[in-house]
Design a protein around this ligand. Structure first.
Ligand code: ADP
Length: 227
């Protein structure tokens, strides 16, 4: 469970990025975090991964404050999380297999586990026949699927997706949403920051709307209209 209590984030230059945010996200939920550019979505996710600290308030994950963690504990916290970005962030000089294996090897996984798990997770995202391709030999949608495989290979309890469909056409976007939905159904909490109102309106999950740093709407099965 993720809890924000009266969280305010003011950057050093005086910008009030988040203003008194209160929210609880239960384990296994799927949450769209929406709002116009500058609304505070990235600040929210940066606070969650303990990349920055709030000016005021408390943030708890599984009942424990994440504000006073030290180096090793921060690394441990992030191991519970997987990340997906708009621009995929794959290693261009490594194959699909190697991109995903790298994330497991970074956790000192034994080679037998790497050999077993990497093809398994790539099959889950429908890329079992692209193991030896390089990223530039894949479509955008396929590249994002590699990024998803990499994000979930360590079985994170929370998956944070920052505009994952931002660079994709509608068909590929829907494909990515199907995969994220499958991952969520297996018990992973998914938090997806997005501008993509078509996706939000189609998928019908919990929608949390930020506007100028304030949480202005929170609906269990919401939609989203741009103003
Ligand atoms: P979003 O992700 O919704 O576009 P952000 O969280 O990136 O919103 O930004 C919220 C506000 O905080 C914006 O006004 C932005 O300019 C400001 N901001 C973001 N990061 C910083 C920073 N590192 N220093 C100062 N201001 C920042």
């Amino acid at each position: 469970m993720i809890q924000f209590f009266n969280v305010t984030k003011k950057y050093d230059n005086g910008t009030l990025a988040l203003d008194d945010i209160n929210i609880t996200i239960e384990k296994g939920e799927f949450v769209f975090l929406v709002g116009p550019s500058g609304a505070g979505k990235s600040t929210f996710t940066r606070l969650l991964i303990r990349e920055t600290l709030p000016t005021k308030g408390q943030i708890m994950i599984d009942g424990k404050s994440i504000l006073r963690l030290r180096g090793k504990e921060i690394a441990y916290l992030r191991r519970k999380m997987g990340f997906i970005f708009q621009d995929f962030r794959l290693l261009q000089d490594r194959t699909v297999y190697e991109n995903v294996a790298f994330a497991l090897e970074a956790m000192a996984a034994p080679i037998s586990e790497v050999k077993r798990k990497v093809p398994q997770v790539l099959a889950m995202v429908g890329l079992e026949d692209k193991l030896n391709n390089f990223p530039n030999q894949l479509s955008g949608g396929e590249q994002q699927r590699v990024a998803i495989a990499r994000a979930i290979i360590n079985s994170p309890s929370i998956l944070i997706a920052d505009e994952p469909t931002g660079n994709l056409d509608p068909d590929n976007s829907l494909e990515i949403m199907k995969i994220l939905n499958d991952i969520n159904k297996r018990g992973t909490t998914v938090i997806m920051a997005t501008h993509d109102s078509e996706i939000v309106n189609r998928v019908r999950k919990r929608v949390v709307v930020l506007k100028e740093g304030r949480l202005v709407r929170d609906e269990a099965r919401g939609g989203y209209d741009f103003e």
